[in-house]
Structure formats: structure tokens, C-alpha cells
Design a binder for this molecule. Structure first.
Ligand code: C5P
Length: 279
């Protein structure tokens, strides 16, 4: 058995640059990993199966882990035959890239276990066929992602940057296609700041907030609540939501914010305190 870790991401910045003919949007994203990760273990087996005991996670062909195995098999021309166990720590429908991270790690793992020695470029092509965010997770160093998100360029000058972070997520999730679809007809909620915030020279902005907050106004209010808490340097939504994050000055302030969110906003909120771009 071999076990792999699949770290989640946040979008420090997400700008939408217009709809394309293929239905996707051109984006300009600054993506960084978290010290929050799913775990996947792989055993050789007679057929490929996926086991996951988290309710709501499909284990059939719709799971990105199985899609990754199928994409690998297309290139390999044979069956990969793996029994895969997924220990989910990253919530889904959260804008944290959990499913994409699992898919990328599956490609890396199967390539290593079977010994196919596909290059980064070959794995990148398989990853991009699975989803726009998957290529980033093949080497999740802080990167700028353009095109539909699949063109990944590491940002060397930010490689050594990191920050305490707190994540808060309501029980509901947001589907990525619905967030992009909502861009038409989205409005600005009164009293919500959508503008860029600057931390250590990084401009943080998420242009999907307008669409998602129009549908889920509580998230707009929660963002503004986060910005009022002690030690918060910036707060915004990650990806297409529903997770909001705040960069804080200290880990202690991140923990205090998580506790206050459950006490003052909603006792059922999922929270995580850790580090963005851990070294
Ligand atoms: O690439 P992925 O399968 O993750 O995308 C899911 C959906 O999100 C797409 O079908 C599209 O509706 C939307 N999307 C988009 N522009 C992007 C990425 C995703 O419109 N750059």
C-alpha cells in the first residue's frame, strides 16, 4: 500500500476575463496550497475501485479520482487496476479544489506505482482533460493560472511567502458552473466591499463574489463580518465558494475568529485554521 497527500488550495485572487466560445471563461488566478489535505492510498487489485466513507462523495465514474484513472488508462492503453481509498478532509463544493487535488495525486501515484514514467507535460495533458484546476495540483507551488486555469506558471518571487489563515464554510456548497453562470445578472450587495485588498504586495480579489453573493447574500455579510475581526489583513471568497478565508497576523487570531464565527454567525459552520503556502 502507498499513501499520498493531496493538499487543498485557495485562490488568493481570481479575475474573470470574459466568456470563450467553448463555454469556459478566461481567468487570471493566483493559487496557493494549504496545509489541509485529503489522503489517498493505493493497492494493486484485480479491478479499479474507489472507497470513501464520507457521506455525499460519489465513488462511481463521476468521481474525479476515477476520471483520473480513466484518463491515465487512455494514454497507457491498459487497465491501471487499483483499489483506492480516499480519506476526505477537504470539504467539497467548497472552492478548495479537493476533487481536483485528488485527481492530480491519482495521476502522480498511478504513474509512480505502474512505473510508466510519463513526463510532467504528458501528465499535464491528462490533468487538463479532467478539469481546469487539476494541472496546478501536479506541482502545487504558488502559481498564476491562466487560460481556463490550466496554464500554470509558478510565481518565484512569492515562493517563500506564507501566512496564517482561517477558513469558514457554511453547510451548503456552491457548484462551479452555477457560479460562472451567475455572472450575468449578478449585482453588488450594499455594504459589501468587492475591491482588491493588498497584503504583502499581493492584490487579493475574487470576481466571482458578485455572482455567488447575489445567490447567497449571507456569504457577503460573513465576508464583511470577517473583515471586522481582530488581526484580519484581508478576507474574501475562495474560488466559486462557498468557503470564505481570512489572512490574519497570527495563528491565535485565526483560531479566535473561527470560534467567534461559530458563536456569532452559525454554530454549524465548518472552520479550519492553518497556513497558506506552508514552507
Ligand atoms: O474545468 P472544470 O470541469 O472544473 O469546470 C467546471 C465548469 O465550470 C465548466 O463546465 C464551466 O461551466 C465552468 N468554468 C468556466 N471557466 C473556467 C473554469 C470553469 O466557465 N475557467
Amino acid at each position: 500500500m502507498t499513501t499520498y497527500s493531496a493538499p487543498a488550495k485557495i485562490n488568493l485572487s481570481l479575475k474573470v476575463q470574459g466568456k470563450r466560445e467553448d463555454g469556459y471563461h478566461n481567468v487570471d488566478i493566483l493559487m496557493a496550497k494549504l496545509d489541509l489535505a485529503d489522503e489517498l492510498s493505493f493497492h494493486n487489485s484485480r479491478t479499479t475501485t474507489l472507497l470513501c466513507d464520507t457521506p455525499g462523495v460519489p465513488t462511481d465514474e463521476s468521481n474525479l479520482v476515477i476520471k483520473a484513472v480513466r484518463e491515465f488508462e487512455k494514454a497507457y492503453g491498459r487497465k491501471a487496476k487499483q483499489k483506492i481509498t480516499l480519506n476526505k478532509k477537504v470539504p467539497f463544493g467548497a472552492g478548495l479544489g479537493g476533487g481536483s487535488a485528488d485527481a492530480a495525486v491519482t495521476l502522480l501515484a498511478v504513474n509512480e506505482i505502474i512505473g510508466t514514467q510519463y513526463t510532467h507535460e504528458e501528465l499535464h495533458a491528462m490533468a487538463a482533460a479532467i478539469g481546469s484546476d487539476v494541472p496546478f495540483f501536479l506541482n502545487p507551488v504558488i502559481s498564476r493560472c491562466t487560460g481556463r486555469g490550466e496554464i500554470v506558471t509558478p510565481v518565484e518571487e512569492l515562493a517563500g511567502w506564507s501566512s496564517p489563515i482561517v477558513l469558514i464554510k457554511p453547510q451548503f456548497g456552491v457548484s462551479t458552473p452555477s457560479a460562472y453562470r451567475g455572472l450575468n445578472g449578478a449585482h453588488r450587495m450594499k455594504g459589501v466591499n468587492y475591491g482588491a485588498q493588498t497584503v504583502d504586495g499581493i492584490r487579493l480579489v475574487n470576481e466571482l463574489e458578485r455572482a455567488v453573493f447575489t445567490k447567497f447574500p449571507a456569504l457577503g455579510l460573513w465576508k464583511m463580518w470577517m473583515l471586522r475581526q481582530d488581526g484580519v489583513r484581508a478576507a474574501l471568497m475562495s474560488g466559486s465558494g462557498s468557503t470564505l478565508f481570512a489572512l490574519t497576523e497570527t495563528h491565535e487570531q485565526a483560531r479566535a475568529l473561527a470560534e467567534a464565527a461559530r458563536a456569532e454567525l452559525d454554530p454549524t459552520i465548518w472552520t479550519y485554521c492553518g497556513t497558506v503556502n506552508p514552507q
